[in-house]
Design a protein around this ligand. Sequence first.
Ligand SMILES: [Zn+2]
Length: 415
Amino acid sequence: MLELIKNKKLFPLSIFLLLALVYFQIIFPKNAWTQTATVSIPATVTTVANKGNGVLDLLGRFKLAKNMQNIEYFQGINSGSFDRNGGLLLGNTYILPIKIVRFDGSTIRSTLNITDFDLAKKIENYNLEVEKTKLKKGHYKTTKELWVPFEILLLDSNDFADFNKKKTSKREPQVDYSFLKDAKISRTSKDLEGVAFYIIAGHGGPDPGAIGNRDGFELHEHEYAYDVSARLAKRLIENGADVFMIIQDPNDGIRDEQILRNGGNERMINGDAISPIQIERLKQRTDIVNDYAQRNTNKYKHQALIEIHIDSRITDRRVDIFFYHRSGCARSVKLSKDLLNTIEEKYRKAQPNRGYSGTVSARDLFTLRNTTIPAIFIELGNIQNPADQIRIIEPNNRQAIANWLCDGIIKHFRK
Ligand SMILES: [Zn+2]
């Protein structure tokens, strides 16, 4: 460069090169180039199941509490990796309910964007303990690898960067029925005016739910639950309610085919991608429902959550439509009972000799436990059973179910 500068002819060129260098240094500072390349923190903590190991052994190995909640987390993040009795598979690698977070070099509180000192202390103690026993290599301050057990703090996003940027709008969520595509909404009554429904079609995104087989086709639980959910949403809207469809399909509205094409590209109502980790998926849902319900408190007289599934049981077992409600929540109990009675009555009229053996019971399910508004969980049948399959593959039947549920809901709220 100095040689060039001495050469008078090349002097302007060398000044230009120098300026260009400075410019690029400003626009693309060094750490911006290298930051992502140097992060080599694994995404999850894993361990291998040895002979005789159960879930509790693996939790204990990592100094985690051996309680129901942790077992649920463990089963959630490892779904599909158990034998038919729910046991561990020998030699299989399992993910522990621990989130690995990049330590920011300052404090645990600033790293996790929390203010609670005791919580931070608990997380620090956990790290010191697993570091001392060599389960985790190196001090978190040196390795920048911080372990956060779900049991201490449940982080809600797969991408930690998103967690910090979390938007905290206090505005009422906008009602948007674009998920119904070109279906024509025709208002028929005002029976449900002032009521907001949050509808969750079970599973979705990377999780198809239970899979049934029929005529060489795979029937995915989510697709059928989604179709009934969309039909129910439309009927509720037509009767004056506002509906928030928590999981939405960018391509499919209500579909009139028997065999529903399997998608997998669903997204959350706020546009977020659906997490590949089961426990985070569940939390994504309840977080949105709680957030929307909170912001909608003053707008509606009543709010309720409805989650729709199609169960999977042994093939030869028929299952009638049945309901779960949150334990101890009077409104959830009443809503389930009103729906059950309505369906019983509808069957009695449509097929007098059929009988109906649906049930209503309390169940400690994640969605019911982690939301506050009245909430029910509906199972539409056994996706493995050929007779039950007719209930869901016939578009007219899916519409009938949606109509009956809507009638039961109207009956409940009209009183
Ligand atoms: Zn399901």
